[in-house]
Design a protein. Structure first.
Lengths: 136, 412
């Protein structure tokens, strides 16, 4: 199977590998996929006081396309608001990396991962607000 | 080994996929060459020396193949390869004896061409029993004994598995088949020329052989068909009645000669080669174990041909690993390499978990593999497995002591 140069570059030099503190209030964590299916992505975002995503990290168990898709997404979300990051579509990822048809599910998984991370961040932010409201 | 230079150019990756196919031995090519050019006759031509010369080449080859498996040369017929041999053996026997017996016994880890042939026969009304295998990949002889009935016409069990290299207990299987009056067919594509085979001692009635798995040419194989007691077959390809009527069509003389020569070389060098490959295999395993934790050999390591290693590198997906080890040509039991998204059915049959099946590589060593190549392979594998584990969320969890099975994964 012939892969695009962009995909190979992300596979060979993945950006933003690593982990953020999943218990931190300003960190949202998304863990999607399943080991039995051969793909698991963990994607984390750290949101600054200004509402912008200031850092993003990933770890992926999966084929080269899955690794490249998650690496690309961490690059794309940085500097965006969470609302903006939420609009990233799997088709954009697939097009950018020129994923072959059998690998489209990797881009779907990357989109799911960013959505899951955002949902986790929002859930934490919601909880943080609750006691304040109760105090009023 | 001087042959190396002829086999592999320096800019090519290291070939470690000897169960997929083998390069042709230069000695085989040399034996074949005259039959492409001046000895071009049709071995079926009886009226002139061109035909006689070609026939002589074919018959010598038939004898060489027969000798490799302890058969008589009259019992060997040439086919296009092991797939055709398996089709002919199973369908041919089933169709010939269908009025008396209509049951076939095989195993779940057979090659697709055996399984698909059996499914095809099921659609035509035959009964097929697919025996499971034990954790080590071997068939349970008591289960086999229980499965064979007075309706069983054929037991088809492969000699050596193509993915995990395990050797089935052929002599014991043959004994059971003989006791029960069922024919015993074995797909020996991965076994012939690598382990000692004897159709008499093992009570084998039909055996499939492939040319390109034993350093011979592609497009040629053989089927051993026992004459005493006689095994009868319905032919799949009819026409001029060549090959005792079992397989019509003009014989490809150069390919037959190549298969014969390949068989003879295997026979002469088998013992020494087994020792050499076992040393290389052990060297590779030791090298990997020294640097990597959590690697698992799939299938029994003792009852196994020395040229096969099937290893799961926990928490590293097989295809991503293959993308990294660009200088090594291996294959993977991971789903992602094939169009289907299912991981290897052979590994699943051993009870290997799906996630572990996704992390497996099949590494095949063979006649032209050198110690230097093994060392280079170990180095590359260690480097890339380590790198990919650093970016694996599963590895991270396992290091943190989290049980991956305790997590509720959303299937996708």
């Amino acid at each position: 199977m012939a892969y695009s140069e962009k995909l190979l570059d992300h596979y060979e030099n993945p950006r933003n590998i690593g982990s953020l503190d999943k218990n931190a209030e300003d960190v949202g964590t998304g863990l999607v996929g399943a080991p039995a299916c051969g793909d698991v992505m963990k994607l984390q975002i750290k949101v600054g006081a200004d509402g912008l995503i200031e850092d993003a990290k990933f770890k992926t168990f999966g084929c080269g396309s899955a690794i490249a898709s998650s690496s690309l997404v961490t690059e794309w979300v940085k500097g965006k608001t969470i609302d903006e990051a939420e609009t990233i579509k799997n088709t954009d990822i697939a097009r950018h990396l020129a994923l072959p048809p059998v690998k489209i599910h990797c881009s779907v998984l990357a989109e799911d991962a960013i959505k899951a991370a955002i949902a986790d961040y929002r859930a934490k932010a919601g909880k943080k607000d609750e006691p304040q409201e109760a105090a009023k | 080994m001087t042959a190396i230079a002829q086999i592999r150019r320096n800019d090519q990756p290291i070939y470690l996929d000897y169960q997929a196919t083998t390069p042709m031995d230069p000695r085989v090519l040399e034996a074949m060459m005259p039959y492409f050019t001046y000895k071009f006759g049709n071995p079926g031509s009886r009226s002139h020396s061109y035909g006689w010369e070609a026939e002589e080449g074919v018959e010598k080859a038939r004898g060489q193949v027969a000798k490799l498996i302890g058969a008589d040369e009259k019992e060997v017929i040439f086919t296009s390869g092991a797939t055709e041999s398996n089709n002919l053996a199973i369908r041919g026997v089933a169709e010939f004896y269908k009025d008396r017996r209509n049951h076939i016994v095989t195993t779940v880890t057979e090659h697709k061409c055996v399984l698909d042939t059996c499914r095809h026969l099921e659609q035509q009304g035959f009964d097929v029993t697919y025996l499971p295998v034990k954790k080590d990949g071997l068939v349970d002889l008591e289960e086999l004994r229980a499965a064979v009935t007075d309706k069983t016409v054929l037991v088809s069990i492969m000699a050596v598995n193509n993915e995990i290299g395990v050797i089935q207990p052929l002599a014991e299987i043959g004994k059971i088949c003989r006791e029960k009056g069922a024919f015993f067919h074995t797909d020996a594509a991965q076994a012939a020329g690598k382990i000692a085979l004897d159709v008499e001692a093992m009570n084998i009635d039909l055996m499939s052989i492939s040319g390109h798995k034993i350093y011979g040419p592609k497009g040629i194989g053989a089927l051993y068909v026992r004459r005493k007691p006689r095994v009868r077959l319905v032919a799949m390809i009819v026409g001029g009645g060549q090959e005792r009527g079992f397989r019509s069509g003009t014989l490809p003389t150069p390919l037959c000669v190549g298969l014969g020569e390949a068989a003879e070389i295997c026979m002469k060098e088998m013992d020494g080669e087994a020792v050499r490959l076992t040393k290389l295999r052990d060297r590779m395993l030791k090298g990997l174990n020294a640097k990597l934790a959590e690697i698992y050999v799939n299938g029994d390591l003792e009852q196994r041909i020395p040229g096969n290693l099937n290893i799961s590198f926990a928490h590293v997906e097989g295809e991503s690993l293959m993308m990294g080890i660009k200088n090594l040509s291996v294959s993977s039991g991971s789903a992602c390499t094939s169009a289907s998204l299912e991981p290897s059915y052979v590994l699943r049959a051993l009870g290997v978990e799906e996630e572990m099946a996704h992390t497996s590589l099949r590494i095949g060593l063979g006649r032209f593999t050198t110690e230097h190549e093994v060392d280079t392979a170990v180095e590359e594998l260690v480097h890339h497995v380590t790198k990919l584990r650093e970016m694996s969320p599963l590895w991270e969890m396992s290091q943190e002591g989290i049980d991956i099975k305790s997590i509720e994964w959303a299937a996708h």
